[in-house]
Ligand binder design. Structure first.
Ligand code: NAD
Length: 296
C-alpha cells in the first residue's frame, strides 16, 4: 500500500519516519521544505501539492494544526479531494473540531473515498517511539483495514464510533490533560512557597493516587524550567476552544475547561503561547510570586 503523508511538523515528521522505517512506500508534502528533505533522505518521495499526494496514494494521512488547515488541504484548491482515487482511504490524524471531520468525511464519501478521523495523544516522544494512543472515528471495516498502519505509529488504536468520534474522544483527552497540568502546577506552587522541595513532593506522590502520566511527563520539564514544545500552549488553546464550541453546541456546560482556557489566555497575553503547555505553571507562579525549580 502506498501512503501519502501531509503535514510533517513536530508530530507528523516522526510518524512518517516510522511508516518509512516499517517499509511502506511513502510520498510526503508540507509547505515547509526542511522536514520534507529529511523524509526524502529517509527514502520517501516528495509531492508539490496535496492533490498530487492523493493522485498517487492508496492511503492519505494528514497531520495538520487545526480545522481550517485540514479543510484547506483536503477540500481546498489543489487539495486531496481533487486528486483522491476511488476506494482510497483518507485518515486525518490532526486534532480538530468533530463537526469538521464529519463534513470532510461526507465530501470524500461523495467522491468514492473512505475517511477516518484518528487524532493521537502522547506528544512528540511517543510520536518518535511509535507508541501514540490513537482514537478513531469511522467505519469498522475501514478501521480494520488501516489498523496495521496505525499500529506502526501507535501502541494502541481504539475505534470509538462513527466519523467525528475520534475527535470527540480527543477533546475529552485534552480537557483531562489541561486540568491535570493546572492541578499539578497549583500544588507545586503551594509546596514551593511553603518551603518544601517540589522535586521531593513529586517523588513522594507520583506513585500514589495523585500520580499521572501528565505529572510524570511535565514535572521534570517544570523542574528544569524547560518549556520548549512539545505541545504548544497555542495548540492547547485551539483544542479547548474546540471543546468549548462543541460542548456549547450540544448543551454541555464545561466550567473547568472555561477556567483553564483563561489561564492559557493570560499566558498568551504575556507572549508565552509558543511555550510547551507545561509552561502553564507560570500562571500559578505569577499569582504566588514563586518559581518551581530543581534545588541547586
Ligand atoms: P506543527 O505545527 O508542528 O505541524 C503542522 C505541520 O503542518 C507543519 O509542518 C506545517 O508546515 C504543516 N502545514 C500547515 N499547513 C499546511 C498546508 N496547507 N499544507 C501542507 N502542510 C501544512 O503541529 P504538531 O505539533 O505536529 O501538531 C499537529 C496536530 O497534532 C495538531 O492538531 C495538534 O493539536 C496535534 N497533536 C500535537 C501533539 C504535540 O505534542 N505536538 C500531541 C498530540 C496531538
Amino acid at each position: 500500500m502506498k501512503i501519502g503523508f501531509i503535514g510533517l511538523g513536530i508530530m507528523g515528521k516522526p510518524m512518517a519516519k516510522n511508516l518509512r522505517a516499517a517499509g511502506y512506500e511513502l510520498l510526503v508534502h508540507d509547505i515547509v521544505a526542511g522536514p520534507v528533505d529529511e523524509l526524502v533522505a529517509a527514502g520517501a518521495a516528495k509531492a508539490d501539492s496535496a492533490r498530487e499526494v492523493a493522485e498517487q496514494s492508496d492511503c492519505v494521512i494528514t497531520m495538520l494544526p487545526n480545522s481550517p488547515e485540514v479543510e484547506e488541504v483536503i477540500l481546498g484548491e489543489n487539495g486531496v479531494l481533487e486528486g483522491v482515487r476511488d476506494g482510497s482511504i483518507v485518515v486525518d490524524m490532526s486534532s480538530i473540531a468533530p463537526l469538521v471531520s464529519q463534513r470532510v468525511g461526507e465530501k470524500l464519501k461523495a467522491k468514492g473515498a473512505e475517511f477516518l478521523d484518528a487524532p493521537v495523544s502522547g506528544g512528540e516522544p511517543k510520536a518518535v517511539d511509535g507508541t501514540l494512543a490513537i482514537m478513531v472515528g469511522g467505519d469498522e471495516a475501514v478501521f480494520n483495514k488501516l489498523e496495521p498502519i496505525l499500529l506502526k505509529m501507535g501502541a494502541s488504536a481504539v475505534l470509538c464510533g462513527e466519523i467525528g468520534s475520534g475527535n470527540v474522544t480527543k477533546l475529552a483527552n485534552q480537557i483531562v490533560v489541561a486540568l491535570n497540568i493546572s492541578a499539578v502546577s497549583e500544588a507545586m506552587v503551594l509546596a514551593t512557597k511553603a518551603g518544601v522541595d517540589p522535586e521531593k513532593v513529586f517523588n513522594a506522590i507520583k506513585g500514589g493516587l495523585a500520580g499521572s502520566t501528565v505529572m510524570n511527563a511535565k514535572m521534570p520539564m517544570i523542574l528544569d524550567r524547560n518549556f520548549n514544545p512539545g505541545f504548544r500552549i497555542e495548540l492547547h488553546i485551539k483544542d479547548l476552544q474546540n471543546a468549548l464550541d462543541t460542548a456549547h453546541e450540544i448543551g454541555v456546560p464545561v466550567p473547568l475547561t472555561g477556567e483553564v482556557m483563561e489561564f492559557m489566555q493570560a499566558l498568551k497575553v504575556q507572549g508565552k503561547e509558543k511555550n510547551d503547555h507545561g509552561g502553564l505553571v507560570q500562571f500559578f507562579e505569577g499569582l504566588a510570586g514563586v518559581e518551581v525549580h530543581r534545588k541547586a
